[in-house]
Every structure is written in structure tokens, then in C-alpha cells.
Design a protein around this ligand. Structure first.
Ligand code: ATP
Ligand code: MG
Length: 591
């Protein structure tokens, strides 16, 4: 486990990272128990339900990019299929052509593949079944349990009643089967205006469940569909399309989020009234909510359209595209989903848990490098100008096979501005006038002089090094040096832009806004900080888009896949460090 407190031989905690997350939520939950859905599936298979086969599906509506909440649903559905030797379909729920686009279809497939799941080659679409769904609607009309209603959308709402007031039957409820069939066919043929008529299920206008008050099955809508073009001007509603698509595909377990619990009676009602071979079962689980962000496509779209972020893939976005660009690994997102588990009750997960999953993954895998984000020049006066030492540095203390590299030490180096204080308190273990500090993989240096410009800004430090401290030895005169800082050779470094991110919202529950409020009011104005002129260790000149590193003491960083160029590198900080210098000291330094 990370997170051991620093020993006396290291930085004070402020030196590590100002953003280090609080201890709450820091624990790693190891889940070995089955969740309630795994238990249901296991029982059903044992009982020979659905011929003992498991078929799940992930049914995104292609009206936006996937977010981390969808990752939970993806891991659940595809994960069960993997675990129980079943199949998981990818089915686009494309029943609302007004809001759906091919761009979203493409990005959704790309994100699921990135997470490492496979939908068996062919993606499916609810629109594949438009003809079958239409036939099912006629079947329900034939059974006298569906009717064409001429009420306007406003009237339909009025007649529906409220939670405290029962609804009123539509005056069109008792049309004959022949009349209904005739009207429904003419709806399809395009004889009526958009919104002029609907097809409704004849259930119960007094039902305490509003979804059962003669719900609309079909509406007239003239919009070009991204797949069926202008073939249709009537489209099925979600509730009518969903369960029937499940049945057509032979889905055994239809898993959805809790807000669909009240739709389950309707889901079952349609299946009960149709002659279908398969009988899928809907089970609900809690949505993922995360602190300091929102998981609603509609609200995320508002952020994109209002240019509050640079796009769906802005690294601050909780979208999978955003996480990818920021430097998240698919393994860390899957591990996060496994740690949070699946429950029946809504709750909000601490963002720290997502970050920790990434830290734990990259701690094992990311090579360490030195980088100085806010450079301050140090001239080591007793180090000859033409001298260059190659110092051996460990690539990954967690993985011996990662080996070592050499880093050049020269007379002029850069250190972090934060690692020097003119008026340092006694317990400050980094550099200060007339004090010492050790350079990581290098010598102890002593600060002799502080050079300032005409405005009084510190521009340079003049130091001397203690040659006898080359390999971790203490100074000969016995003085104690507690701090170790990172550095980069001025002559051999690479210049780069580095982008630091903070939470997109400044409040933990940005979606909780008072009446008339807007979650955008809670946006964090300092969620992005762009640093130019950062100095990175020599070898990073070859970093490729998507490469991930730990910059010692600063966090995990990745090369931005969009904006970075070989001659002008851009790095994103994926996450700050949680672990302490103590750990690096213990495992990393053999000196
Ligand atoms: P949003 O509210 O963001 O628009 P949605 O539920 O409308 O989400 P869909 O495209 O319909 O988005 O979602 C596809 C699947 O992902 C559904 O089964 C849905 O239940 C699930 N899902 C969506 N959001 C979450 C979430 N936050 N946590 C878990 N599952 C989710
Ligand atoms: Mg939805």
C-alpha cells in the first residue's frame, strides 16, 4: 500500500503535492464476494433458465459520448458475459433520430473497445428491428390493447393526471380494432402531421404507476434517421422498443439503472401481451455518481456546446474520451468499476477512488522521470563548465525489469521554484540561503547566493556541491541533509508545455442545485493550469502520444495525443501523487 507517512529523511508533506487527496476514501476495497446480480445470474443458469445461457446487452443511446457511469454498466454487462461464458450485445438504442448521430456511434464503439471488451464483431441497432417492432404494434392493436389517440401532446399530458390525481381516459380509447389499424397504417404512410396522433397501449389511466397510464408506443416524427434515413416517419418510444429488442436478441438479463424500476411493469406488460419466444428479465442497479463531476450526457453536452470545456475529450471531462486523453489506462477504469461494485442503492463514489485506481496501476507500470515544472536556475560554481557526469537512475522501483537509465549532471541545472524559499522556516528541508539539499541521484549542494532581477524576483541560485556526497554519503563535516529534490540539466533538458488539472466542479455534488439553479454555476474556474517552459529530463524528447510517466514528486503524466508534437511536447497530468517520498527513498534509491 502507498501512503506511508514520510520519514524524517524526506520532504515535508507540502512538498509532495498540494493536491494530495484527503485520507477519506483512500482505502482500497478488495471485493471477493459476488454482487447481487452475479448471484441472480448464477442461480438462473443453475436452474436452466433461458436454456442455461446468459445473454446481456449494453444499450447506449447514440446521443453523446460515454462517461464513467457508462463504464460501470459496460463492465457489468460485458464482465458477466466473460465470467459466465455468455454473450454481451452492443445495441444502439437509436429510436430518437432528432438527437442521434453517427459520430456518437463511432466514439461509443471506440470507447468500449478501448476498455477491452468485445461485442462479437457486429454491433446491433434497435433500428434493425423497426419493421418487427411495427408488426408487434399491429399485433397489440389486433388484440385490442393498443389504440390510436388524437389528443395533442399537451392534452395527453393533461389527461394523464398526476401522482396524486388519477388520469382520465382518452376519448379515442374505444376505437375499434379496424379503425385503429387503419389510422396506424396511415400514420406510417405519412398522412398526418408530426404530433397529430400517437399509438398508445391500453392499460390503466388510474394506475398508481404513471408509466402504466396508457403510455405512448409510437409517435409521428419527421426527422432523418442516421441509419434508416427517411424511411420512417413513426418511431417507437424507448419503452416499447427496449424490451422487445431484448426479446428479439434473446437477451436473458436486461440490466439497467434504478430509474427504470418504475418502467419494469410496462416492460413486462408488453412482453406478456406479445407472442415471443424469449423472455428477458429486467434487473436494476444503482447508477454511478462521482463527486466533483456530473454523469449525465445532457449536462455534459451543455458544457461542450457552451465551450466551458474544449470538447467531449477535454481531460477534465468524466467522459471515457476525456479519461483516455488525460492518461487513464483501461485497466485502471476496469479496476475502479470492480472496486466500487454493484449495488441496489444509489450513492456517490468519492473521486479519490477513481484516482487511486489509476495511481495503483501506474505506480506499477509507469517509468519514473525527472521534470521541473516551474524552473529556477542553479549554477554549481565549483562544478567545472565542461564537466558532465552520467548518473544512473532507476526507471521503476516497482519493476526491476524496467532497468535503469543515465541522466546528465552539469554545472547548470534547473530545480523547482517551490523547492527554494528565501525565508524558510526551521523545518523546511529543501533549499534556502546558506542551507543544503541533496539532488536526487546526485550530490549535496549548498546555497551561497541568491541572484535577483530589478523587480526583486529570484532568477538564479549560486551553489557549491560537496564532492564527497556523490553516492549518498553524508557531508564530511557531519552536517545533516534531510531533503532531496529533483532537477534537470539546463544544457540537456527538453522544453515542454504541461497542463495541470483540478476538479471540473468546485463542489462535491455539483448536480445538487436549488430550483432554477444550474450546475454550471459550480464550475471550478481554476480547473486547468497551463505551464509553459517546463524542463524535462533528456530522454523524454522521444516520448510518444499517450506515453505515461511518473514525474518524480509531481504525479503521473501522459503525452497529449492531440496537441503534442515531437518538437513541442505537451503533457497532461493524469493524477497527482499520493505516495510519499519516503517510499521512493526506501525502494528507489540504492545510493
Ligand atoms: P445519461 O443520463 O447520461 O444520458 P443514459 O442512461 O440516458 O445516460 P444511455 O445511453 O441510455 O444513457 O445509457 C446506456 C446504459 O448505460 C444504460 O443501460 C444506462 O442504464 C447505463 N448508464 C447510464 N448512466 C449510468 C451511470 N451513471 N451509472 C451506471 N450506468 C449508467
Ligand atoms: Mg437513456
Amino acid at each position: 500500500m502507498d501512503g506511508a507517512p514520510s520519514s524524517g529523511h524526506c520532504y515535508d508533506s507540502a512538498a509532495m503535492s498540494a493536491e494530495d487527496p484527503p485520507a477519506a476514501g483512500d482505502e482500497t476495497t478488495v471485493r471477493t464476494k459476488q454482487n447481487f446480480i452475479q448471484a441472480i445470474v448464477q442461480q438462473d443458469i443453475a436452474a436452466g433458465k433461458n436454456d442455461g445461457k446468459l445473454v446481456t446487452r449494453f444499450p447506449p443511446e447514440p446521443n453523446g459520448y460515454l462517461h464513467v457511469g457508462h463504464a460501470k454498466a459496460i463492465c457489468l454487462n460485458f464482465g458477466l458475459a466473460e465470467e459466465f461464458g455468455g454473450r454481451c450485445n452492443l445495441r444502439f438504442d437509436d429510436t430518437n433520430p432528432a438527437k442521434e448521430e453517427q459520430e456518437y456511434v463511432d466514439s461509443i464503439q471506440s470507447d468500449i473497445a478501448w476498455l477491452g471488451f468485445d461485442w462479437g464483431g457486429q454491433e446491433l441497432y434497435a433500428s434493425n428491428y423497426f419493421e418487427q417492432l411495427y408488426a408487434m404494434a399491429e399485433q397489440l392493436i389486433g388484440k385490442g390493447v393498443a389504440y390510436v389517440c388524437d389528443l395533442s401532446p399537451e392534452q395527453t399530458r393533461e389527461y394523464r393526471g398526476t401522482v396524486t390525481k388519477v388520469g382520465t381516459d382518452s376519448p379515442f380509447r374505444d376505437r375499434t380494432v379496424e379503425e385503429n389499424l387503419d389510422y396506424f397504417r396511415r400514420m406510417r404512410a405519412g398522412e398526418f402531421e408530426d404530433g397529430a396522433r400517437t399509438l398508445r397501449a391500453k392499460i390503466d389511466m388510474a394506475s398508481p404507476n404513471m408509466n402504466m397510464r396508457d403510455p405512448v408506443m409510437y409517435r409521428i416524427l419527421r426527422a432523418t434517421h442516421h441509419r434508416t434515413g427517411d424511411t420512417w416517419c413513426v418511431y417507437p418510444m424507448y419503452d416499447f422498443a427496449h424490451g422487445q429488442s431484448d426479446a428479439i436478441e434473446g437477451v436473458s438479463h436486461s440490466l439497467c439503472t434504478l430509474e427504470f424500476e418504475n418502467h419494469r411493469p410496462l416492460y413486462d406488460w408488453f412482453l406478456d401481451h406479445l407472442d415471443l419466444r424469449a423472455r428477458p428479465e429486467q434487473t436494476e442497479f444503482a447508477r454511478l455518481n462521482l463527486t466533483y463531476t456530473i454523469t449525465s450526457k445532457r449536462k455534459l453536452l451543455e458544457l461542450v456546446e457552451g465551450r466551458h470545456v474544449s470538447g467531449w475529450d477535454d481531460p477534465r471531462m468524466p467522459t471515457i474520451q476525456g479519461l483516455r486523453r488525460r492518461g487513464y489506462t483501461p485497466e485502471s477504469v476496469r479496476e475502479f468499476c470492480s472496486r466500487i461494485g454493484v449495488a441496489r442503492f444509489n450513492s456517490t463514489v468519492d473521486m479519490v477512488q477513481l484516482e487511486n485506481a489509476l495511481r495503483d496501476d501506474l505506480n506499477q507500470r509507469a517509468e519514473r522521470r525527472m521534470a521541473v515544472l516551474r524552473p529556477l536556475k542553479v549554477v554549481i560554481e565549483n562544478y567545472p563548465e565542461d564537466k558532465l557526469e552520467e548518473r544512473e537512475a532507476i526507471n521503476n522501483p516497482e519493476d526491476e525489469s524496467a532497468g535503469t537509465r543515465s541522466i546528465p549532471l552539469t554545472r547548470e541545472i534547473y530545480i523547482e521554484r517551490d523547492d527554494f524559499r528565501e525565508d524558510a522556516p526551521r523545518k523546511y528541508f529543501r533549499l534556502a540561503p546558506d542551507r543544503d539539499v541533496r539532488l536526487r541521484y546526485g550530490y549535496v549542494i549548498h546555497c551561497n547566493e541568491v541572484v535577483k532581477d530589478e523587480r526583486g524576483e529570484v532568477t538564479e541560485l549560486r551553489c557549491t556541491y560537496l564532492p564527497e556526497t556523490a553516492d549518498g554519503q553524508p557531508p564530511e563535516d557531519g552536517r545533516k541533509v534531510k531533503g532531496i529534490i529533483h532537477w534537470v540539466s539546463a544544457a540537456h533538458g527538453v522544453t515542454a508545455e504541461v497542463r495541470l488539472y483540478d476538479h471540473l466542479f468546485s463542489t462535491p455534488h455539483p448536480g445538487d442545485v436549488p430550483e432554477g439553479g444550474d450546475c454550471k454555476d459550480n464550475l471550478n474556474p481554476s480547473s486547468l493550469e497551463v505551464l509553459q517552459g517546463c524542463r524535462l529530463e533528456r530522454g523524454l524528447a522521444d516520448a510518444k502520444p499517450g506515453d505515461r510517466y511518473q514525474f518524480e514528486r509531481l504525479g503521473y503524466f501522459s503525452v497529449d495525443p492531440i496537441d503534442s508534437r515531437p518538437d513541442s511536447l505537451v503533457f497532461n497530468r493524469a493524477v497527482s501523487l499520493r505516495d510519499s517520498w519516503a517510499k521512493i527513498e526506501k525502494k528507489g534509491s540504492k545510493k
